[in-house]
Design a protein around this ligand. Structure first.
Ligand code: ADE
Length: 232
């Protein structure tokens, strides 16, 4: 998977992918993350202007269409032959859930467009964007943190990225449910004991307990997921 990220704040990504699972995936050549500054495509050599007032007199500024279009065209050239999908991060987008993550992880390459200010000119969305994605019903200052979330969640699903040890199988949402509670040593912590079944060595009972807890937790916290998983 090739990620090409277009942003006005490339420094925000410093360190974001230099540790842990993503770093390993990059080192193994399973993913690459390339960051580009939209300002480099402003065409306005002196001021490098990338924003302007909105028509209609709303408060705040918008990102101008020309630098965005030029930045996307350049990213498409970089990813020529790799079938890039252009994803714009916006609170108005489709909510990023594990199904969307799966869909994105099946793509060959993603161009992640990070907005700032009050957003971007609609014509860029209409002409250049394939999918609009939101990471939740709240407003962040820009699309950079959402782009990091997409890179992280998508990378975890690329074959070969996760070892058995950090397998996605025990992640929440992998089967449409929240994950069951987890315990490690010591067996007694501040007077609270690990559930007996987990130290019983009885694998069928352990699986049964995990399934039961996963259902209980999902029912209590996210009943909407049970309907989605075909369970009521
Ligand atoms: N940009 C600002 N807020 C956002 C959100 N919640 N999701 C995606 N992009 C955003």
């Amino acid at each position: 998977m090739l990620f090409d990220i277009l942003t006005l704040f490339p420094a925000m990504f410093d360190g974001a992918f230099t540790d842990s699972i993503i770093k390993r995936a990059v080192d193994k050549g399973l993913v690459s993350v390339d960051i580009h500054n939209i300002r480099d495509y402003s065409g306005d050599v002196k001021h490098q202007t990338v924003d302007d007032y909105p028509y209609g007199g709303d408060a705040g500024m918008l990102m101008k269409p020309e630098p965005l279009a030029a930045a996307i065209r350049a990213a498409k050239e970089r990813l020529d032959g790799r079938n890039p999908t252009v994803v714009y991060l916006t609170p108005a987008g489709r909510l990023l859930n594990q199904d969307t993550v799966k869909e994105l992880s099946a793509k060959e390459s993603l161009i992640l467009l990070c907005g700032r200010y009050k957003g971007i000119d609609q014509r860029v969305i209409d002409s250049y964007v394939d999918m609009e994605v939101s990471i939740g019903d709240y407003v962040l200052s820009g699309g950079e943190i959402p782009a990091m979330a997409v890179v992280d969640a998508v990378t975890r699903l690329i074959p070969g990225v996760l070892s058995n040890i950090d397998s996605a199988e025990t992640d929440s949402f992998h089967n449409g449910l929240l994950s069951h509670p987890h315990y490690t040593r010591p067996e007694v912590f501040e007077g609270i004991k690990v559930p007996e079944v987990l130290i019983s060595g009885h694998h069928a009972n352990i699986r049964g307990w995990q399934k039961q807890k996963s259902l209980e937790l999902t029912k209590a916290r996210r009943p909407d997921l049970l309907n989605g998983a075909g369970i009521d």
